[in-house]
Design a protein around this ligand. Structure first.
Ligand SMILES: Cc1cc2nc3c(=O)[nH]c(=O)nc-3n(C[C@H](O)[C@H](O)[C@H](O)COP(=O)(O)O)c2cc1C
Length: 396
């Protein structure tokens, strides 16, 4: 019996009980367009802010190669900036443009491919999200740096735990056109250096999600109001990526109900809302939906399916689930200093066996344990590590 959202965490107390269930299905191959993954374990995007000036180097390549050697079926890179002046808000996040960054990425891709593992690039624009490019971080203290215009649907911004307020300007049509173009260019750049696919970061309250969510989108033009209007920017960006990368290049799209500025926010109240959302995106070229949940076992719409389960059912496309798999604590809590121990994955395996979703993303588990897939396959549960915040201090 699959647990419902009223349950706080699967196997919390028993810690590793779930690993006794068969993990065979996790290690089944799966096809994504012409790409075959050797198993169903995905490393999701995790920003490391360790690419000086936006250029990934040998350390970044070694970091991804280590996870590939540990047995993941697919790596999705940390978020990478698209070539648009308002995309960035964080220091030392890698870019998906410019000769130096692309040369760096080629090195990363080659290192990962040497382990017979495919790699997608996550493409990111923060939109109205507050700039961390404040002095002292991105910009040397005391410079007369003027931050770029914030571009969002309505000039509305919310910060973690803070209400959404007016801060900035609504994007003009010229802004919107240049954003669409930037995503197409970034995807073409990724393809040119050997990436096997891309993922559009349309989750967590960043640019695309700001357009999706009525909390931040108060527009009355063709980009606001109805669901079809609120997804128009994403549909156009996906279309442009497809146009620039050709018919066989896998495109994943990451979405979430929650936003970093509002954990309780929701895009979908009913399966019909999801249907309205997904149809045009599939038509535009999305191949895979990546459903970001803070806790994968939380189910939707009064059923025993989680968001990935619903995405798969509605879109007919492969779906990735994620969120505290094999971990007792949730990722934002742990980034804020809370502990997290190894948890069972019995409930996950049950949902996977039932065919709810196709792929399973392990975030923090792969940061602390690059060999997570190998260890799980070998039943070496005792060897898995609890969350350790020190892993965020270096690229090991
Ligand atoms: C350090 C860190 C950085 C993250 N950066 C990103 C990111 O760049 N893009 C993104 O879509 N999600 C990002 N996430 C969210 C993860 O992809 C994942 O959804 C989250 O950690 C939940 O999975 P987990 O419980 O297995 O860790 C990040 C998470 C962590 C811990």
């Amino acid at each position: 019996m699959i647990q419902s959202s009223s349950v706080s965490a699967p196997d919390q107390a028993g810690a590793v009980d779930g690993f006794e269930a068969s993990t065979a299905r996790l290690f089944d191959p799966v096809k994504l367009r012409s790409l075959t993954l050797k198993n169903r374990i995905v490393m999701p995007a995790m920003t490391r802010t360790m690419a000086p000036n936006g250029v990934p180097g040998v350390d970044n390549a070694a970091y991804y190669k280590r996870r590939a050697a540990g047995g993941v079926g697919l790596i999705i890179t940390e978020g990478t900036w698209v070539p648009h002046p308002a995309a960035a808000n964080e220091a030392d996040v890698p870019k998906m443009y410019g000769e130096a960054s692309l040369t760096g990425w080629r090195g990363v891709v080659e290192a990962v491919h040497a382990e017979a593992t495919p790699i997608f690039a996550q493409l990111w624009h923060v939109g109205q999200m507050k700039q961390h490019t404040v002095e002292g971080l991105y910009v040397p203290k005391g410079t007369d740096y003027v931050p770029p215009r914030r571009v969002g649907p309505s000039g509305l911004f919310g910060g973690i735990g803070k209400p959404t307020t007016r801060d900035g300007e609504p994007a003009t049509q010229a802004d919107i056109d240049s954003i669409v173009d930037a995503f197409g260019k970034a995807a073409a750049n990724a393809k040119s250096v050997g990436f096997d696919g891309v993922e559009l970061h349309a989750a967590h309250g960043y640019l695309f999600d700001q357009f999706f969510w009525p909390g931040t989108n108060h527009r009355t033009d063709q980009y606001g109001g109805s669901m079809r209007n609120r997804i128009r920017l994403a549909v156009d960006a996906i279309g442009e990526i497809r146009r620039q990368t050709g018919p066989d290049f896998p495109i994943s799209m990451r979405i979430s109900q929650w936003k970093v500025q509002d954990f309780k926010a929701r895009l979908f109240e009913t399966p019909a809302d999801m249907e309205e959302f997904m149809g045009p995106l599939v038509d535009a070229g999305v191949d895979i939906f990546h459903l970001s949940q803070r806790r994968f076992w939380e189910t939707e719409f009064g059923t025993d399916r989680n968001l990935a389960g619903w995405a798969r059912k509605i879109s007919g496309k492969p779906a990735i689930t994620v969120g505290s798999i094999g971990m007792t604590g949730e990722h934002i809590d742990t980034l804020m200093g809370q502990p997290s121990n190894v948890a069972g994955i019995g409930v996950l395996l049950e949902m996977l066996d039932r065919g709810d979703f196709d792929l399973v993303a392990i975030g923090r588990g792969l940061l602390v344990d690059p060999d997570w897939p190998k260890k799980v396959r070998a039943g070496r549960i005792d060897a898995l590590s609890a969350w350790n915040p020190d892993v965020l201090k270096s690229l090991s």
